[in-house]
Design a protein around this ligand. Structure first.
Ligand code: FES
Length: 156
């Protein structure tokens, strides 16, 4: 497709034409109907990651109870693959313990999407990095709260 949106056959193509030739059905599904895509003002923690090479960025929000990620949502700015990887990251993470969620890797996200084109594999990094930052922030805050509770207890 050239800059005017005309394909090799000379037929005008919408931005979506041909996307199914590039991406798996799973990617298209998560791109067209992203799961858990909303902000969470009362989140227990959040983490953001932006890819400086393409400008795409993702913020993940978490609600954690009894060491389990009960709720996860996100806001994403970026390409089709970054939207799909953010969506599938949230699906893979929901209901996992903190330790299990920390083990989610780029390969898991790519596999859950039935693959990504070579030049879009880096988009899976967005989900993993933002998720780990959110968990890291949760653990830091939680440790601080636990320390403060211990301090208050010992002063009584
Ligand atoms: Fe960089 Fe999608 S093109 S995250």
């Amino acid at each position: 497709m050239d800059a005017e949106g005309t394909g090799a056959d000379g037929i005008f193509q919408t931005p979506w034409t041909g996307v199914s030739n590039i991406y798996s059905d799973k990617v298209i599904e998560h791109f067209m109907c992203p799961q858990n895509a909303y902000s969470m003002p009362d989140a227990d923690a959040e983490g953001s990651f932006g890819d400086p090479s393409c400008g795409d960025s993702l913020t993940i929000y978490l609600k954690v109870k009894d060491n389990t990620i009960e709720e996860i949502s996100y806001l994403v700015y970026g390409c089709c693959a970054s939207i799909a990887t953010s969506s599938v990251t949230s699906v893979l993470t929901k209901g996992k313990t903190i330790d299990e969620a920390l083990k989610i890797a780029e390969e898991d996200i790519i596999e859950a999407l039935d693959g990504l084109p070579e030049n879009k594999k880096h988009c899976s990094n967005l989900g993993v990095r933002a998720l780990r930052k959110a968990i890291d922030n949760y653990l830091k805050t939680n440790r601080m709260e636990n320390k403060n509770e211990n301090c208050n207890t010992s002063r009584r």
